[in-house]
Design a protein around this ligand. Structure first.
Ligand code: BGC
Ligand code: ZN
Length: 367
């Protein structure tokens, strides 16, 4: 079967590879689930892997199959699988356990080992192929009514985790009633985090460079948030005008913004960093002032990556609630389909060049 792959370490090496179709028996104890892949989303991670900024092939291979945002239909299950059956729509978690205590308890998203195993990203083949097989433990059922949101389940799981971790960490304060949220960045994670925070009842300001009206501003305001173009209003000007945010979700992909945002966080607030910045950029920061205000304000900086099974379930529940609260808005993120794995070059071109594409995804098969 065909798969879209790269040679890790070699820039712009995206190509078609050939793999034998996987078998459900590969997973022990009847826990295998075989999934026919319908759609796979790609994001900045895939772009940076193709740029050779990171990513590693599985042992024994010189290529890595891409794709970590999957949507498919169950084709076959082992005798021990109970929670999905053939015909069910599913997505799949990305990270697989290492050996730390967190990996043992289903929390490989917070592994304490340096090496992490992620399908389509590091040391494990991804889903951008015709079929995959995985342990039932990692296969997440998607309600048929959310079929049209397909590949958003994975990025939504990361947004859901980021917000959930912030609320969990803020229990340190005993009482915390956040009112204002800033979300920096209006890519898929920024917009989905906007949705999660709106569904928690916060007043949300979503900041991005593009001037409104534009698709990003329409989606953010469609979710009941305010959209702020940073080319017109800086984050500091915004905070002066509307008040300091109790929570910031940083999702721009710019380390500069990650530090700029620290200057406006409210007392007792939390800022969550979600961007994977593969570069070597250095920025100057007002170190004394940040240090002082963060100490005096008991502020919290939290990194959040990946998501486990439970965050996928949380995210899917929020997609469902979001769909009934803001009907038809979420699917507007799904801007840019590419037909078939054979069109992998076009997929990468759109991912790199097409600035108006909020979400590029490959339609691998009908279904
Ligand atoms: C993926 C996460 C992953 C992270 C780091 C993101 O693009 O969505 O699942 O943990 O990259 O590799
Ligand atoms: Zn991703």
């Amino acid at each position: 079967m065909k798969a879209v792959a790269v040679v890790p370490g070699r820039p712009n090496s995206v190509h078609l590879a050939e793999l034998p179709p996987p078998r459900v028996e590969e997973i022990p104890n009847g826990r295998g689930v075989k999934v026919r892949v319908l759609k796979v989303g790609v994001d900045a991670t895939d772009r940076e892997i193709n740029d050779a900024q990171y990513g590693n092939a599985p042992p024994g291979y010189d290529f890595l199959v891409l794709g970590h945002e999957s949507f498919g239909v169950v084709e076959e299950i082992g005798h021990g699988v109970k929670h999905v059956k053939p015909g069910d729509y599913v997505t799949c978690t990305v990270r697989r356990p290492g050996n730390s205590i967190y990996d043992m308890i289903g929390r490989s998203d917070i592994t304490s080992e340096e090496t992490y195993y992620e399908r389509g990203i590091n040391l494990l083949h991804g889903f951008l192929t015709e079929y995959y097989v995985d342990d039932a433990e990692f296969v997440v059922k998607m309600p048929v009514g959310l079929k049209h949101l397909h590949v958003l389940a994975e990025p939504m799981s990361c947004a859901a985790k980021a917000v959930q971790q912030a609320f969990e960490a803020q229990r340190r304060l005993h009482v915390w009633n956040p009112k204002i949220a800033f979300v920096t960045g209006a890519g898929q994670i920024g917009l989905l985090a906007t949705l999660v925070l709106r569904l928690r009842g916060l007043e949300v300001f979503t900041l991005a460079r593009a001037k409104s009206p534009c698709l990003k501003s329409e989606i953010a305001t469609g979710m009941g948030a305010h959209y702020i173009s940073t080319s017109e209003t800086s984050i500091k000007q915004l905070a002066d005008k509307v008040g300091k945010p109790d929570i910031i979700i940083e999702a721009t992909g710019s380390s500069q913004m990650a530090f700029d945002a620290m200057e406006v966080l409210n007392l007792n607030g939390v800022e969550v960093w979600t961007s994977i910045t593969g570069g070597q950029r250095r920025v100057e920061v007002p170190a004394d002032r940040l240090n002082l205000t963060w100490v005096l304000g008991n502020k919290l900086l939290l990194g959040s990556v990946n998501a486990n099974f439970r965050h996928f379930e949380l995210g899917i529940a929020d997609l469902a609630l979001g769909e009934v609260t803001y009907p038809g808005v979420i699917e507007r993120i799904l801007t840019t389909p590419v037909r078939g794995v054979d069109n992998y070059k076009e997929m990468m071109r759109l991912l790199v060049e097409e600035k108006s594409a909020l979400k590029v995804y490959v339609e691998v098969a009908e279904g």
